[in-house]
Write a protein of this length. Sequence first.
Length: 157
Amino acid sequence: MTEIILRQAQDWLLVNDLELAKQTLRADSLAFVLAKDGAILRTGTREGIGELIDAMDALGDAAHGAVLADKIAGKAVAMVARAAQIRAVYSPLASQAARAALDIDHIILEYDRLVPLILNQRNDGPCPMERLTLPIDDPLQAVDALREFVRARVRPA
């Protein structure tokens, strides 16, 4: 009986954390929100994946079991979530590749719209981060590739 009560409490916390992250993402027009145990752990405002990776690195094990609300959830975001052991992800726009990647680790995905692929800003091909992570199955390898991608795009002036 104690296990059932504990599981119900954990489910209730997860639902509340996800709702908190969703509301904060929408209200503050953020790029992402990480929440856990009824508190906001981190928020991000920049486009792209770099700030999310930095937040996960800064949080380390504290991110385990958190929830993530992200403006756009493609496979790149899904792989970062898997590497950080996130419990649930919400996004207004998610890709089928993100859903498949999150399913592997039984991570809940809630979305408003599911699309086959996240497109680039010109809408004429896949998002570069989606394209980069599509062939990668290992979350840690994907995060390393994304770090390298971000590093290559941020060149000193």
